[in-house]
Design a protein around this ligand. Structure first.
Ligand code: CU
Length: 501
């Protein structure tokens, strides 16, 4: 199977594919910061940095029945990420990353997705609770030149989700090339929660990624042993040396770890505390004050930081003791002059209640083997590994005997019960869809599964270190009508004979 890296590397090595240079977003993303300390006039020198790009909100067309219809095209392009350097990159509706999709609980959303890449791709809605056939996993392949039109009704708490490719064996390179975007779900409670909520003003999306640039400006796909790509240049929303000029006394950052492998140990450069208000799959029930929070690939954290006029502070990641959190890096410089006052973070937030497993809950164990298998088996697209009653709550234990991994479940949300035998940090106590499992430890989670029975179309669970996922550290489960578990077939008849490594 020759999916791997073909199109992206062809773009890298052919000296470009004749596409025009394009900024990833329509706003000016490369000018000097407006009024930041030490602004360098028009030269936009490295010391001054580059204005943080804000992904535009994707405007839907509203159908007669109220359905919100969004259009996304996966495409090749080129971006000026480093000053004066042309970098071939991939994006949705642009050359790098994608627009932010936004919808409210209760909305029916539909997508017209076109694949104008030269490779097959998929668009997976990470964190969305939806029928498996709409999930955009490795079974919903969109061939080069093809299209896909999923549709579903959103029914889950407000959260910062995201979308990205999930073609089996090629996810790492497609994400690294630039395919990723945010999907914000609102609900009635989040609208009145009293949190900063002016998109791009005091409610700031922040997609953190690490890249390495080769001398010719191309993205270097070199990998470190065991984990895959660890870049040496930090990007925020595709902006290198990013600067955000704050205008309000409190700013909410919706942070996505969009990296292939890197774990971020987030702090502010002056150690100031901040309030964590949300996690992967929803707001917290109350803000958690801390000065450090860590997110592994695909995890999200929402935080609110208080600023004062004259502030010039950096969001940084500090090197830790793992291969995947090596090194200290600046992620975003935040400058502040005259600030509009903000309301304090409310003491109570409308986060969903913890997911509670009944005493009769089914328990299962998943052991992460090396970096390419779960419970002794590599991913097989034709094999159903696990059958779950639709809508059930189960307790899953993820055992990790060797390397750093995390664990993501599609079409589900969970509460972390324990990591390495202890209750999770408060900041990780909300609803989640991805949990970090440190080396030589385990995690225990109470998982609520989607109530969309379909014995013939699986969801995935996998490590979200993308190289591990591509190498086979992934399994498949179906959700079925309660009582039909035992007669659910464990083989899928796939067109084309299934998957080979
Ligand atoms: Cu892993």
């Amino acid at each position: 199977m020759v999916l791997t890296r073909r199109g992206f590397l062809a773009g890298l090595t052919a000296g470009g594919v004749g596409v025009a240079m394009a900024a990833c977003f329509p706003d000016d993303r490369r000018g000097p910061p407006t009024g930041g300390a030490g602004g360098a006039g028009g030269s936009a020198g490295a010391a001054a940095g580059n204005v943080l790009a804000i992904p535009p909100l994707l405007e839907p067309v509203v159908r007669g029945d109220g359905t919100l219809v969004f259009e996304l095209t996966a495409q090749e392009g080129a971006s000026e990420i480093l000053p004066g350097v042309r970098t071939p990159s991939w994006g949705y509706n642009g050359a790098l990353l994608g627009p932010t999709v936004r919808a409210t609980r209760g909305d029916t959303v539909a997508f017209d997705i076109r694949n104008s890449l030269r490779d097959p791709t998929t668009v997976h809605w990470h964190g969305m609770i939806l029928p498996a056939a709409m999930d955009g996993g490795p079974h919903q392949v969109i061939e080069a030149g093809g299209s896909w039109s999923p549709e579903w009704r959103i029914d889950q708490p407000a959260a910062t989700l995201w979308y990205h490719p999930h073609p089996h064996g090629d996810t790492a390179m497609q994400v690294y090339a630039g395919l990723a975007g945010l999907f914000i779900v609102d609900d009635d409670d989040s609208a009145t929660a009293g949190l900063p909520s002016a998109y791009g003003i005091d409610d700031i999306p922040l997609i953190l990624q690490d890249k390495t640039f080769a001398d010719d400006g191309t993205l270097d796909p070199d990998r470190i042993p065991n984990f895959g790509i660890m870049g040496n240049t930090m990007l925020a929303n595709g902006t290198a040396s990013a600067v955000f000029h704050a205008t309000t006394g409190a700013v909410r950052f919706r942070i996505l770890n969009g990296s292939n492998a890197r774990r971020y140990n987030l702090e502010f450069s002056d150690g100031r505390p901040f309030q964590v208000v949300g996690g992967d799959a929803g707001l917290l029930p109350a803000p958690v004050e801390t000065s450090r929070v860590a997110i592994s690939p695909a995890e999200r954290v929402e935080l609110v930081v208080a600023l004062e006029g004259g502030d010039d502070v950096r969001l940084v990641t500090r090197g830790g003791g793992l291969d995947i959190d090596d090194g200290d890096f600046d992620l975003l410089r935040i400058t502040a002059e005259a600030l509009t006052p903000s309301s304090p973070v409310p003491a109570r937030l409308p986060g969903p209640k913890p997911i509670h497993a009944p005493s009769t809950a089914r328990e299962r164990t998943f052991r992460l083997n090396g970096h390419d298998a779960i419970n002794g088996e590599e991913m097989d697209l034709s094999r159903i590994d696990t059958v779950v009653a639709a809508g059930a709550v189960e307790i899953w234990t993820i055992e990790n005997p060797v390397y750093a991994h995390n664990f993501h479940i599609h079409g589900a949300a969970f509460t972390v019960l324990e990591v390495a035998g202890r209750a999770p940090e408060d900041a990780m106590s909300g609803h989640k869809d991805t949990v970090f499992v440190p080396p030589r430890s385990s995690a225990r989670i109470a998982v609520r599964f989607a109530d969309h029975p379909d014995p013939s179309m699986p969801y995935m669970y996998h490590c979200h270190i993308l190289r591990h996922e591509d190498e086979g550290m992934m399994g498949q489960f179906v959700t079925v009508a309660p009582g039909t578990e035992k007669r659910t077939p464990l083989r899928l008849a796939l067109e084309g004979g299934g998957h080979e490594h």
